[in-house]
Design a protein around this ligand. Sequence first.
Ligand code: ADP
Length: 400
Amino acid sequence: MIILVINSGSSSLKFQLLNMDDESVMAQGQVEKIGLPEGIFTIKAGGLKNKTNLEIPNHEVAVELVLKGLVETPEVGLKSLDAIDAVGHRIVQGGDTFSKAALIDDTVHEQIAEYGTMAPLHNPAHLKGIDACAKVMPGKPQVAVFDTAFHQSMSPVAYTYGLPKQYAEKYKIRRYGAHGTSHKYVSHRVAELMGKPIEELKIITCHLGNGSSIAAIQNGKVVDTSMGFTPHEGLLMGTRCGDIDATAVLYLMKHENFDADQMDHILNKESGLAGVSGVSSDFRDIDEAIAHGDHNAELARKMFIYRVKKYIGSYVAVMNGVDAIVFTAGIGENGPDVREEICADMDYLGIAIDAEVNNVRGKEVNVSAAGARVQTWVVPTNEELAIAEETVEAAFGKQN
Ligand code: ADP
């Protein structure tokens, strides 16, 4: 079975073509700068990388370009578009409607559009990708895979904010979480690696990338997660502030005369590692600045680590224990020092890692110290594969 996975943003569209018979990647790439005078189309397949600059006025042209590229690049090995069985789309916000992936029909389409009010930068852009596929490949099954779905198992105690009920209900304000596809994938994967049913495990998954979130997973179900109504809440991220006293935001708006959009931009695009360090949102740049004696970068790095540690501690408390801690995404997979510093001085909780074994990047490895009660793992995430698996299940009613 061949599945096309699409992550459609407002000006970009990433894709991956997967052969689910052996879970191999047949091709991947992206279309960038859609709607700008000069767009970029990149496709990689079997050692080949082709980059073309051309005008890409809209998402429909972008999808046409991708499909043409897939069929006309011999390295992909796709005979015709008919050989694609279904398309899976990453959708950021599915609200409280979707606890699993859904085959896209008019109703699902409408619901994704409605949740656009909560995710204005994402859901409308996803719909552009969906509509473009429907036009270029009419009748092809399309599946929506929601970033929020895995977190729908949280109880009201974990997802409700302390706001007056009438506002929370009217505007559906509650914790939804994000990165659900990744948290689900790595938690299932670690259970497999540990050789235990996920139903018997307490797992804390740390997805640490440019956007970062943590989830507490018990019996295969999310008990709590750090992202909230939007992906802003929780950890210190590349450019997001994360947890902050809401009234500090009001104070700033009042005294600087910021409107909601300006404040949104500051909180989501100018804060976090970038805002505190004044250097960069990228962890590698932060490390380089620290090596040159930059104290603001050092503070930003320490804050990042401190907050991850705090969340791990609180999730151990919430679950009354933990069997496995998983690190994934850009920083989680590639930052041995970060993992070591997060797990330092946690022996009280049974968490300890082996510095030598931990000196690893992008591989599935149990990095726990000998005798540690809790297993600490690095498990590279694979959101595309997870989306493809859920697409097969939703479109054809079976797990590949
Ligand atoms: P996103 O998918 O949210 O854009 P990623 O998961 O790609 O983000 O993570 C990006 C972060 O991972 C950046 O802060 C980057 O510095 C960090 N990162 C990526 N590769 C490495 C590496 N080899 N060593 C240390 N950090 C890395």
